[in-house]
Every structure is written in structure tokens, then in C-alpha cells.
Design a protein. Structure first.
Length: 410
């Protein structure tokens, strides 16, 4: 190589070295965060897993029913979220919505409790702050169906009831987590009135307003117990809505001292009926009792309610249950006619004149025909203690403050 060639080679070599040094300096400034044009183009975009956060985590197993399902965009915004649940070979879309700012997706209220024994799949697309689209697909499975609990409720769906009806739910298993179960149940009324819950032990939850229902009130029971943990390894399976309607206002007062029952409907006296109540040895409970069941005819055996073999009547007509311990208001054909209105001879029940086989035109038959479950029977002057609030639908024998104190929630 001649001298001119060596000179040209040195020139280009120096130029290249200066160019490399400049590039290194620019790269260093970009790393340090210097505001140079073109530095942003060198930042790597976020991965889908960084941009889109899904809970429960991808691949999670044995997820509990109370876990929260949530999709979040860590930057930018969510574009589309699709969640499906598969159980027993069937697929179901999980309803939900993206928040107005585009950052979060949550399931609707009805779907927030995860279904047990299911596989959830989440498909998400999101846009980062530069408008670049990313997609993420995750899945998780919930715990297998364990032992189950259900609630048996009174009154029945679409039933018309009296103004004293107390809504009562009996669970087939003991409830350890009463708070969770109570949150899964709501009772509302139209016209609106406060309805409060009260627990009797671990298997019964009742609801009532402060005063008797107003006639015409429509009451709605929502059971959202599917997947709710009631006790270790015990979960609810019900998702049900029940309606019942309150009919006319009919209340009856039994005066054990005068041996009469006064019946009022919508505040007006409609009849006075001679009765026989519990004897001095076996007096009838005092207080407010509610008709919970009606039977055209039933058998009454003394041994089933703690007595000896004192009676066993196979065909008691027009029987209406007032307590679980065995108090009924019923037709009585075996006592002499002069007993009614004069003597108290029963083992605690309230007897009305009737005939064998049940006479629909007798005082017992007419009262039976015109009564609804939920009608109130008040007993006075019997000399017996007040009926316990959990004996039948006896919750009206508890003050409102004491009733409201029976909730499991703060």
C-alpha cells in the first residue's frame, strides 16, 4: 500500500472509531433516561403477562368458591375480555364488564361467586399506551364439589299468606360460617320495609319486619348460596328466587279464661267462637302463634309430644299447627257440646266444635276454610308461660331490638 493509501485508510479508521464512540455515548444516555429523540424506540414493549394481570393465576388448581376473579391492565387499557366456565361437559359464558377507564374487568354480581367443580378460561386482548395490541389466555380450575347444604324455606313460592308470616329457612347441615351464609341471602319487600334476620342455632335462619306485614305486600327471597362455604368442606348449591304475597289481615285472640276466640279481619270483628283450651294441668301457651301448616285431617298421638298413652286420635279434623312442640288449633268432635265456651279440658291445644269426619259448616270447618298459613293466633289468660320464639313461627314474641341482635353480621 502506498503513502496515499495509508493516509486514506487512517482517515476512515478514525472516522469509524469516532462513530462507534458516539453510538456508545447515546446508548448510555438512553439508559440513564436522558431526553434524546429516538431513545424511546429502543425500549422493549411489555410482554402480555406484564401488560395483562389475571387473578386467579394461570394454571391454579383447587381454587375456592370465594376467590376473586379479576382482569387488570397494568398500563394502557383492556380491549376485550371473554370468560367461559366449563362444568360437566357444558360451557357457559361468564357475564362481566370492563370499567369505564378500561383498566379492570369484573364479573357481574350474579357470577362473582365461583362455581365449584369447574374450569374457567380467560381470553384477553389489551392495548398498551403506544396502541400496541397484546393477547393473553389463562385458565384455572375450582375445587371439586364437596358435601353440600341446602335450605328448606317457608312459605312456598307464589303462596298467599297471612300478615304474621315469618320467613323461615332450615338448613340440612349445621352452618359454621353463618356470616357467609347470611350474606348469600336477602329478603326484600314491596312496599319497602326493613326485614331483619335472626339465627336460631346453627341450622335455622328466620326473617321478619318490625310489625306485621301490610296486606298486599310482595316479598322476595333471594338465595345466592351456590358455592358459599357453610362449614369446612360443605358448600351451598342453591341459586333461587322465591316470591310470596301477603293477603288480608286476619288475627284471632283466644281468651282461655272466657273460653272464646274473637276473630278480626282488617280490624273488624267477624266472629266469636266458643273454644276449649288447655286444662290447668296442661295449659296452652300464651303469646303470639302463627299458623304454619293446615291439615284437613291428621292423627294426634300423645306419645309424639311427650305425654303417655293418654290419647291417640286418628282422624282429627281441620287441624292447624301453631307450634313445633305440638300445639294445634283443630276441630274437636269427641268432647261434649257443653264443653266449648265453658271448660278447658285439652292437653294444650285449642279445640273448636266440629263433627267426626269434619263438617265444613262447623265453627272449626268455617275457620279452617277462611284461614291462611301466616295468620296470627294470640292466646291470653291461660296461666302458662309465653311460647318460645323458636317454637314454630313464634318470633313475634321477641322484641325488635332482640330480634335484630340475632344477625351474624356486624
Amino acid at each position: 500500500m502506498d503513502r496515499a493509501g495509508r493516509t486514506e485508510h487512517s482517515y476512515w479508521k478514525g472516522l469509524l472509531m469516532r462513530s462507534s464512540a458516539l453510538k456508545c455515548s447515546l446508548a448510555a444516555l438512553c439508559v440513564m433516561g436522558a431526553p434524546l429523540a429516538g431513545c424511546g424506540a429502543m425500549v422493549e414493549p411489555q410482554t402480555p403477562a406484564q401488560l395483562i394481570e389475571v387473578k386467579p393465576r394461570d394454571g391454579a388448581r383447587d381454587v375456592t368458591a370465594g376467590s376473586r376473579l379479576r382482569v387488570t391492565a397494568t398500563e394502557g387499557r383492556l380491549e376485550k375480555v371473554r370468560v367461559t366456565r366449563r362444568s360437566r361437559g357444558e360451557g357457559h359464558a361468564v357475564p362481566g364488564a370492563i370499567s369505564p377507564d378500561g383498566r379492570t374487568w369484573l364479573p357481574e354480581e350474579s357470577a362473582r361467586q365461583l362455581r365449584l367443580g369447574s374450569k374457567y378460561r380467560i381470553d384477553v386482548t389489551a392495548l398498551d399506551e403506544e396502541g400496541r395490541r397484546a393477547a393473553r389466555h389463562t385458565s384455572f380450575t375450582t375445587k371439586a364439589q364437596p358435601r353440600r347444604f341446602i335450605g328448606f324455606f317457608t312459605p312456598e313460592h307464589r303462596q298467599t299468606v297471612g300478615t304474621g308470616m315469618i320467613l323461615s329457612i332450615r338448613f340440612n347441615r349445621r352452618i359454621a360460617d353463618r356470616e357467609a351464609v347470611e350474606r348469600g341471602i336477602s329478603v326484600t319487600a314491596s312496599p319497602q320495609v326493613e326485614v331483619a334476620p335472626h339465627w336460631f342455632g346453627r341450622t335455622r335462619l328466620d326473617f321478619r319486619p318490625e310489625e306485621y306485614w301490610q296486606p298486599g305486600t310482595r316479598v322476595t327471597l333471594d338465595l345466592r348460596l351456590r358455592g358459599v362455604r357453610g362449614a369446612p368442606e360443605v358448600y351451598g348449591v342453591q341459586s333461587k328466587r322465591v316470591h310470596f304475597t301477603v293477603g288480608r289481615d286476619r288475627r284471632s285472640v283466644v281468651d282461655a279464661r272466657s273460653h272464646t276466640m274473637t276473630v278480626r279481619q282488617n280490624g273488624e270483628i267477624v266472629s266469636r267462637v266458643p273454644v276449649t283450651t288447655g286444662s290447668a294441668k296442661n295449659p296452652t301457651y300464651t303469646g303470639e302463634m302463627v299458623i304454619s301448616e293446615k291439615f284437613e285431617v291428621t292423627r294426634m298421638n300423645a306419645r309424639t309430644v311427650g305425654f303417655g298413652g293418654e290419647y291417640d286420635i286418628e282422624d282429627v279434623p281441620h287441624a292447624m299447627r301453631l307450634t313445633e312442640s305440638g300445639t294445634f288449633l283443630h276441630g274437636n268432635y269427641w268432647a261434649s257440646k257443653r264443653t266449648f265456651g265453658r271448660e278447658n279440658v285439652s292437653h294444650g291445644c285449642i279445640g273448636l266444635p266440629d263433627r267426626k269426619g269434619g263438617d265444613p259448616l262447623s265453627p272449626a270447618g268455617e275457620f279452617f276454610r277462611s284461614s291462611l298459613t301466616g295468620d296470627v293466633i294470640s292466646v291470653r289468660n291461660s296461666g302458662e308461660r309465653r311460647v318460645a320464639p323458636d317454637n314454630g313461627l313464634g318470633g313475634w314474641n321477641m322484641s325488635w331490638s332482640a330480634w335484630k341482635a340475632g344477625t351474624a353480621l356486624d
